[in-house]
Ligand binder design. Sequence first.
Ligand code: SF4
Length: 486
Amino acid sequence: MFARRFQRALLINPPTGLYRRDDRCQCKVEDQTVQIIFPPVELATLAATLRRGGAEVELRDYPAQSAGWEDYIEDLRRLRPDMVLVNVVTATSEGDFDALRAAKETLGADNVLTIAKGEYMEALGESVLRHRPEVDFGFHGEIDLVLDQLYKGEPLETIDGLIWRRAPANGHPADVVRNPGHPLIEELDALPFPARDLLRNDLYRSPETNRPLTVIHGNRGCPAKCIFCPAGVMSGYRIRYRSPGNIMAEIDDCVRTYGIREFLFHGDTFTINKKWLIELCDLIIASGHKIRWGCNSRVDTIDDERAAKMRQAGCWVVAFGVESGNQEILDYMKKGQKAERAFKAAEVCRRHGLRVHTFFVIGTPLETRATLRETYEYARKIDPDFFDFNIAYPLPGTELYEIAEREGLFEKPPDATGYANAAVRTRELSSRDLTEWRRKALLSMYLRPRYIARMLYRAGSPRVALNYVRAGARRFRQLISPAPDS
Ligand code: SF4
């Protein structure tokens, strides 16, 4: 069976609010300490792949453009795409599917193919296709090449990673079919660079410097199996790398073509492979580009040699998922790291002039008032430059979701969940307790006079200091009053 061919594709982040739409990090932008809007480079990579095959592609990030539903409908009428793809996020799933329904209603159901991708589809794709006629196809697993195969008109049953409807035939009833996942892509260098010409690059800026910023995906996969994180399910448990030369070529393109000099290197654990990391840093240094970048790391994959080289290559901040100050909870989360290791990691970073951003995850089932206190003290002791206490977010398909369902911990529907607003209780604490604890803990951490003085001192320029003050005031206003439903 074949899908109807398409030629004019529209890839969108629907107008359903400013969210981080990474598979493993889905949250309201306003719920984060660093309220940064990242460009949808994953959609831009899909766009580049399609264009390489000959399709005409448009990309819209409606929330970042401050554009609403009228703008989207206007685009549908004007561009008349025959394929629309959305990246579905759990918290905005209803609105995301509304965008596909709007495409069918505006263009005619038979005139447009509608596709949903994202971690949500990984877990719930078959159910979506059973109950939502507005969705023609779902993608699951690593999907870069799935869209291309669909575009080329390959038989549906041969396209790995596709979820589709089989029409009744030869006595078989109609059914939803989930093909096996697409094999993980080994040759990441073979993927095209994201089609940044389709993005409004001026919309994505560093909150610190206000200069244009982009994301570069350097590696994929994570060997850890944290119970709240879908990284391994989506990208595999083995890390695959782009070559340093290929990443350097993308940096070069960003600098020369788009004037972008600020980067986040997205990689579930960017610093794990020392040789690869140092080779990349050496290329950046040799290029002479004065770029500024940050990355994700794990506390057990940073040392003096790495930190020194990263700093020399323009790195200024390293983010660590330290999660909890209680070892029993860390083990329950299957984090595979020792709590004390975070002190050493922070120390190494500071020694080399790198700022430290730590993420804590609170509210997994074993959490109590005592363990929260322990995490708070732990956070004060690490004394990071930036920090977030994210409330555990049971994404469908994760082990945490199964536990929450099994133990009856949901107090609100899964789509009401968020980093700032708990949907699940722990065995001891209510979702309201967690939401309130997070609010007060963040306020208490931010309002330390020494912390404020240090941040302003380290800002390095009046412009950055002013941006810190503005961000701090905005955060303070958010946190000062209890959440309406908490
Ligand atoms: S270390 Fe854990 S939280 Fe981080 S990417 Fe891997 S699985 Fe996810």
